[in-house]
Design a protein around this ligand. Sequence first.
Ligand code: GLU
Length: 316
Amino acid sequence: MSKTVRGRFAPSPSGRMHLGNVCCALLAYLAARSSGGEFILRMEDLDTGRCHPPYDRWILDDLAWLGLSWDEGPDCGGPCGPYTQSLCGELYAEAIRRLSERGLTYPCFCSRADLAAAQAPHLEDGTVRYDGRCSRLNEAARRQLAEKKRPALRLRVGAADVAFIDGLQGAQRSVLADSCGDFVLRRADGLAAYQLAVVVDDGRMGVTQVVRGRDLLASTARQLYLYRLLGYEPPAFFHIPLLVAPDGRRLSKREHDLDMGALRARFRRPEPLLGRIACLCGLIERPEPIGMEELIGLFRWDRIPQGDIIVNPERF
Ligand code: GLU
């Protein structure tokens, strides 16, 4: 018997959801529900500089207004809590301890300026490939540097070679030493890095299906390597297209006429908005109002495009 699908949506509460976030939430939800699966909501609020309290409540309210329901989440709890990353510090610390005990981590004292000056190639998601310089420091040098600066902690990637099939983007492969080098697990401010937190959470929550924006495709090999090291079973990944303006610029939270505040005011009811989004995503041919139950019945991955989706913000 196949395992129950467990899908999730993991927003960062750094602003009101915009059209791109809503597409992602909707496709993650339809993918889970159309196969009779469970759906989890998790708040990824680790970036304390960008995430602020009112937005987590707005996200819950906007998702409920759209007609999404979740079986587990920050508001209703569940067997795999906490569902808010800022409450999971001890779980991340424990995972880091397990990796460190195996000699897989080392402190890194490099500043952003050091990293930029190293002129390592930049990955498409803005990650700089780390050249491993702090792995070559001896104990005395580490002690001396630690007196002046709190280090970040990096994972040694060694010769890790990660291959996987993305459900939408097809076969992927990455030799981590070439693509990103040793990567950060804990930031210098003591917070768990996104790559570690997302794996610990998806792993411990038993998530079997991750649907998210294609901008995170490049992170997936690093995450799969962590799944392997931490002994979690990896989920299936589906990286969905990004929404771009007609000039190719990615639509972002700065486009206020496409945030949920503006969209709710304009569409007034969820069905017309769901119809527009479903049409953008290839699920229906004409942007006519549609209810969530009907959409669940229509969902199929082979209808979703791989490449960017062009949206004209003035005409949406
Ligand atoms: N919290 C991330 C974001 O809002 C998503 C992470 C993920 O889906 O893996 O961009």
